[in-house]
Design a protein around this ligand. Structure first.
Ligand code: SF4
Ligand code: SF4
Length: 148
């Protein structure tokens, strides 16, 4: 059900005209859309349905972009691996062209603090060295079904 801030002028229904049984044949029906009118309140079911209907094209576009991005990243990795192997073969450490600067970075060791272990063994130090910062809302998207 979608609620509306405005009352039905005919006093026949409590809610958005789009949910009213008279919609489609009512002379007083609203011509706006509940997803853009700023006067609607969606419950979980109507929100989900409207979200699905209004965002289907956006979701399809994101799905396509994420899939293409994955394919491009896989190709980039394949090409980088080829270059790495060639640089190792020919003993090249650095290469410059008009478009690229390529640097060979050898195997190494990286040291990082194990946060989980620190919290377990020294919770007071972990708390003392923690800082709280605000994060912005975002959308996490997982494209299902593997490569297209
Ligand atoms: S579209 Fe918006 S303004 Fe029109 S009836 Fe529905 S909720 Fe109300
Ligand atoms: S469609 Fe007509 S009867 Fe139904 S809520 Fe809108 S104005 Fe009222």
């Amino acid at each position: 059900m979608i609620k509306c801030e405005n009352a039905c002028p005919l006093g026949k229904f409590e809610g958005c005209c789009r949910c009213c049984p008279e919609f489609g044949s009512c002379a007083e029906e609203c011509s706006e859309r509940p997803d853009t009118c700023d006067e609607s309140t969606f419950d979980e079911e109507s929100g989900l349905q409207t979200f699905k209907n209004s965002q289907i094209n956006v979701m399809q576009e994101i799905c396509n972009i994420v899939t293409i991005k994955k394919q491009v990243e896989a190709k980039e990795k394949e090409l980088k691996d080829k270059l790495k192997a060639a640089m190792e073969l020919y003993g090249i450490k650095k290469f410059n062209s008009d478009e690229l600067e390529i640097t060979y970075v050898p195997d190494g060791i990286r040291t990082a603090v194990d946060g989980t272990k620190l919290k377990k063994l020294h919770p007071e130090i972990a708390a003392e060295c923690s800082k709280v910062s605000k994060t912005s809302a975002y959308v996490k998207i997982t494209v299902k079904g593997g490569d297209k």
